[in-house]
Design a protein around this ligand. Structure first.
Ligand SMILES: [Zn+2]
Length: 182
């Protein structure tokens, strides 16, 4: 098991677009395992690499007893929307809000061995693919809400006990300056 800590809203990594995976190597397989273990431990229905601080286009999902992962995803979405479905996010613990999403999604990408994969999802699975792919673009579910719903969500977020916990911290390297002050 290699459970990682999940980054909370406010952490800049969640607003940073992730880079495409180029090397389908051992390190990538470890990332998929870390994401899977962390998602299952949370527990969650999906987890994207930026949520554990890794800027690569990888996510895992666990929906309707189906466990999997997708790398470098590309989505085709249905025009029909589910306007009212509740959605949560592991980076916003304990909160969920109605978030409009396409009802069906076809997700093309690769598995960790570099083989092409096509996944089709409806309802919660489609919602998961959209939510996780958004994470890879630095987009969060609050961005998908209409302005009225977003205001309600932001109020709940400000009042949440974890709010502000991920205010930027300044890290010092003990080696960078050879011990001398700048
Ligand atoms: Zn999320």
């Amino acid at each position: 098991m290699s459970i990682q800590s999940i980054r909370l809203f406010g952490d800049p990594v969640l607003r940073t677009p992730a880079a495409p995976v180029v090397d389908f190597d051992k390190e990538l397989r470890k990332l998929v395992k870390d994401l899977t273990d962390t998602m299952m431990d949370a527990p969650g229905a999906g987890l994207a690499a930026p949520q554990i601080g890794v800027g690569l286009r990888v996510f895992t999902y666990y929906v309707d007893d189906q466990l999997g992962h997708l790398i470098n995803p590309d989505l085709d979405l249905s025009a029909d929307l589910d306007e009212e479905g509740e959605e949560g996010c592991l980076s916003f613990p304990g909160l969920s809000f109605p978030t409009p999403r396409a009802i069906r999604a076809v997700a093309k990408g690769f598995n960790m061995h570099g083989e092409p994969v096509v996944l089709e999802g409806t309802d919660l699975m489609a919602r998961c693919f959209q939510h996780e792919t958004d994470h890879l673009d630095g987009i969060l579910f609050i961005d998908r809400m209409d302005s009225k719903q977003r205001k309600l969500a932001m109020k709940a977020i400000r009042e949440a006990e974890w709010s502000g916990l991920s205010a930027p911290t300044v890290k010092f390297s003990p080696h960078a300056t050879g011990g001398r002050a700048l």
